[in-house]
Design a protein around this ligand. Structure first.
Ligand SMILES: *Cc1c(COP(=O)(O)O)cnc(C)c1O
Length: 364
């Protein structure tokens, strides 16, 4: 926590706004809007809820195809299923680890050849690293398909100086406990279009028509963010820039400390990219290092240091076994060779040194 969160929670109690609306919700939304620089924001109960509402707003329904990056957390794709849609998964490219524009175009062409226009494309800025936006936006324009940016892990990341999450029809953010800032649980939906965000807020608050009694002409959801949680968010927004600087410093430490070990490669920021470096992730070439992620995770674990595998690609998940997939084996290779290192903002220099020591030890 940054320090001021309790003040805003206290205000919620003092004014008795213990509800999914209130002054903290409105102020938190405004802070995010100002941070992104333009457009409008709905504060919601989770990033998953934000993705679900984005698909609903784009009219995704039964039998509609939605193309989605395969290398991601399941929450990127699950809302397609909630809507009865059909996910098609696409491989990553090796620099950013995000959606491969060539494979994306193959997937789009396949859909058109089958006479089906994809209703949306969901891309992800994995671990905070911006995807190849120029190529992706060009495809969305050429084939006239709306883009949803899953920026759950990328609040504060930028592409050509523009904030991740503000390029498509919709951008989504998550404030779950593990993200760069947190409201314990929460999320947000961004759009350049005020009307779309107003409609989202209406749907997120049970779709109550303006009538003197409870009348509903649309199916609503209980997806609003609690005014208490939004209070945490207000405090967290004040330390977001600090958190980004901390995460980037952690990445710089690992990168410098480990760059000479054989077979390691990091997710790369190319010229247009600025990553919030939510997590420092790297892949290990087994041929060069004779070390697998399993070995490294076990070595760290033996010293009471937690590390993780990368997300297992969606096209390899049992729950999506019937889904179509386009691309090669980049995502799969990354899953087999990748590891996320301890990256919490509260890590101290001594902690980082301990992680470095454990990794170096395994390599020598
Ligand atoms: C965390 C996350 C989500 C879901 O956000 P929640 O707030 O946990 O629902 C979606 N996509 C990605 C890539 C995430 O990391």
């Amino acid at each position: 926590m940054g320090g001021t969160e309790m003040t805003y929670i206290q205000q919620a109690f003092e004014t008795n706004w213990i509800a999914p609306i209130g002054a903290n919700v409105a102020a938190f939304e405004k802070q995010i809007e100002e941070f992104i620089g333009f457009g409008h924001v709905a504060a919601l109960s989770s990033g998953t809820a934000a993705l679900h509402l984005a698909l609903i707003m784009l009219g995704v329904g039964k039998g509609d195809v939605v193309i989605c990056q395969s290398l991601t957390f399941a929450a990127s794709a699950n809302p397609i299923i909630y809507q009865g849609g059909i996910p098609i998964f696409v491989d990553s490219e090796p620099v950013t680890w995000n959606i491969c524009p060539d494979a994306l175009e193959h997937a789009i062409r396949h859909c058109f050849n089958k006479g089906k226009r994809p209703k949306a494309i969901i891309i992800v800025h994995l671990y905070g690293m911006p995807a190849r936006m120029d190529e992706i936006l060009a495809l969305c324009n050429r084939y006239d398909i709306p883009l949803i940016e899953d920026a759950a892990e990328a609040l504060g990341s930028e592409y050509n100086g523009q904030k991740a999450g503000s390029f498509g029809a919709f951008g989504i953010f998550s404030f779950n406990g593990n993200k760069i800032i947190t409201t314990s649980g929460g999320g947000a939906l961004w759009s350049a279009d005020r009307k779309l965000i107003e409609k989202t807020k209406f749907l997120a608050a049970q779709a109550r028509d303006p009538a003197p009694y409870y009348e509903h002409s649309a199916t609503g959801y209980n997806y609003g963010l609690s005014n208490i949680c939004a209070g945490i968010g207000r405090g967290q927004m004040q330390v977001l820039e600090t958190r980004i600087a901390q995460r980037r410093a952690i990445y710089d430490f690992y990168q410098k400390a480990l760059q000479n070990l054989p077979g390691l490669s990091f997710q790369n920021e190319f010229a247009e990219c600025f990553s919030n470096r939510w997590l420092t992730a790297l892949s290990i070439d087994f041929q060069q290092s004779e070390i697998s992620p399993q070995m490294l995770i076990a070595e760290l674990e033996s010293r009471n240091i937690e590390s993780r595998h990368l997300w297992k690609p969606m096209h390899l998940q049992p729950v999506f076994k019937d889904a179509l997939y386009f691309g090669g084996t980049v995502a799969e290779q990354l899953f087999q060779t990748g590891i996320c290192l301890p990256s919490g903002s509260s890590l101290l220099p001594g902690d980082l040194e301990r992680v470095r020591g454990a990794i170096s030890n395994l390599f020598t």
